[in-house]
Design a protein around this ligand. Structure first.
Ligand SMILES: [Fe+2]
Ligand SMILES: [Fe+2]
Length: 259
């Protein structure tokens, strides 16, 4: 069985390339399901219920989030009704949403989970302990796919090694830059430090280059709009055995529109 995980979908260029291509990509890759990080889907920050439904209609089975989870103010009142959406499970107790959920498809089911890192990011609870708690709540007979939304490569690698053998895959998101370290860890967990980005690639991680560069040059605050132009879809294909819940292969995926 194969499953495709996609890096952060950014703004309307990210939504458009998904809408136009994901069905065909699913066919070509022969994947049984798709999980996508959609924390930047709505205008570059956050998600809405309407967009989540649109993504499911485009062939995304499960949606993860990150530090931009609450970017759209109506979303806090919507997230609990969205059965295909998770937010980092180590957000402080009392906030809406869940850190893991089950997707039940006609022939098989899987768990998808979301955790956020703490290095160079705003404060959340310990991702390691939150993941342990979530594992103790989950059914033990389903494959588990974890999106570890984090900035620091060291935190991502340590987390994946710590949970090696306990989950089917740990993949990173948040940096919007795809890494080349896809590997199967000794315990059978597929790992990749970062899936990359689904969005406009003539950009600074999805944002218009001009104001971002101006900020670096002058330190002056600017509004960072989502860039326009050709887009990319980036992620990884994970091959696994649903009965053992172990991964056997992980390969990088990238589809890029021409310039
Ligand atoms: Fe992001
Ligand atoms: Fe993020």
């Amino acid at each position: 069985m194969k499953l495709l995980m996609l890096g952060d979908v950014v703004g309307s260029p990210g939504r458009r390339i998904i809408k136009e291509n994901l069905r065909q990509i699913r066919e070509q890759l022969q994947v049984g399901a798709v999980i996508a990080n959609c924390e930047n889907a709505a205008g570059g920050s956050g998600l809405t219920a309407a967009l989540a439904e649109e993504f499911v209609g485009c062939g995304i089975d499960a949606i993860t989030l990150g530090d931009h989870t609450w970017g759209q103010k109506e979303f806090a009142s919507q997230i609990d009704s969205l059965s295909r959406v998770v937010r980092p499970g180590n957000m402080p107790e009392g906030c809406p949403g869940k850190g893991w959920r089950i997707v039940t498809l006609p022939t098989w089911s899987f768990v998808f989970a979301n955790v956020q890192g703490r290095v160079f990011m705003h404060d959340v609870d310990c991702p390691f302990r939150a993941m342990e708690r979530m594992l103790s709540e989950m059914p033990r007979n389903l494959p588990v796919f974890v999106d570890f939304h984090a900035e620091a490569t060291s935190e991502k690698i340590s987390f994946a090694r710590y949970f090696d053998g306990k989950v089917t895959a740990v993949v990173g998101t948040h940096t919007h830059v795809q890494t080349s370290d896809a590997t199967i860890l000794p315990g059978g967990t597929a790992f990749l430090t970062d899936l990359g980005m689904t969005g406009p690639y003539v950009s600074s991680i999805g944002r218009d280059l001009k104001p971002v560069t101006r900020k670096f040059l002058t330190g002056m605050p600017s509004r960072f709009e989502v860039a326009t132009g050709p887009a990319t879809i980036e992620g990884a294909v994970i091959e696994f055995d649903p009965s053992t819940r172990k991964a056997s292969d992980i390969g990088l995926f990238r589809y890029r529109e021409p310039l």
